[in-house]
Design a binder for this molecule. Structure first.
Ligand SMILES: [Zn+2]
Length: 207
């Protein structure tokens, strides 16, 4: 389950537990790096090197040093991330069909980023996806923004969800066939729920 090569990120809970979290899409992998308002205290993208590190850990798998990022580009990526946070959270809360799918200003941020050239995707001789060609921070932002547009306009647009645990705000897209994914991660919130449910059953039994 903790296959390091599986898509997704290795995150640390406030208690220090490591867990694997695959939000199901590249654009959603950017969200746990910080965010708007109360999420600003989780900020990890302080320097350009932090963003390059994220690009390596994300499903892009960019090798170290493959992306040149200026301070201005880092700021633009953080602005894009905060817009994505609000847009994805609006989808999770209201669904795509209600028309209440986010603020036009956030869509403008997304479209501006997507208008630039993206990182050039590459394919390996065995037919699998290879890391994209090296590029800069604007290209990285464009790749993430285009991924978000594909997600929000694609077949999984109404499958963007928030983790079912009360104290967990992680957002993911449920691409499973049955569409019953509830947790950010079985290792973390899924297990905590199982343990609580088991304890509740036992207590009922003992009463
Ligand atoms: Zn969770």
């Amino acid at each position: 389950m903790t296959d390091e090569r599986a898509p997704g990120l290795v995150l640390h809970s406030p208690g220090g537990t490591r867990f694997h979290f695959d939000p199901g899409a590249l654009c959603l992998e950017l969200l746990p790096t910080g965010g708007p308002g109360p999420y600003a205290r989780y900020e990890v993208l302080h320097r350009p090197a932090d963003l390059a590190g994220w690009a390596g850990e994300s499903r892009l798998g960019l090798p170290p040093g493959a992306v040149r990022i200026t301070a201005g580009q880092l700021t633009a990526v953080r602005t894009l991330r905060d817009a994505l946070w609000r847009l994805a959270a609006a989808r999770a809360a209201h669904g795509a069909a209600t028309g209440d799918a986010g603020d036009p200003a956030d869509y403008a941020v997304l479209n501006r980023a997507a208008a630039r050239p993206p990182l050039a995707p590459q394919i390996a001789p065995d037919g699998t996806a290879a890391p994209p060609l090296p590029g800069d921070g604007d290209q990285l932002a464009s790749t993430v923004a285009r991924d978000a547009i594909a997600l929000f306009t694609g077949p999984w647009a109404d499958r963007v969800r928030e983790c079912g645990a009360d104290n967990c705000r992680l957002l993911f897209v449920d691409t499973s066939r049955p569409g019953r994914r509830r947790w950010c991660s079985m290792e973390r919130c899924g297990n905590r729920h199982k343990v609580r449910a088991l304890r509740a059953r036992r207590e009922q039994h003992e009463e």
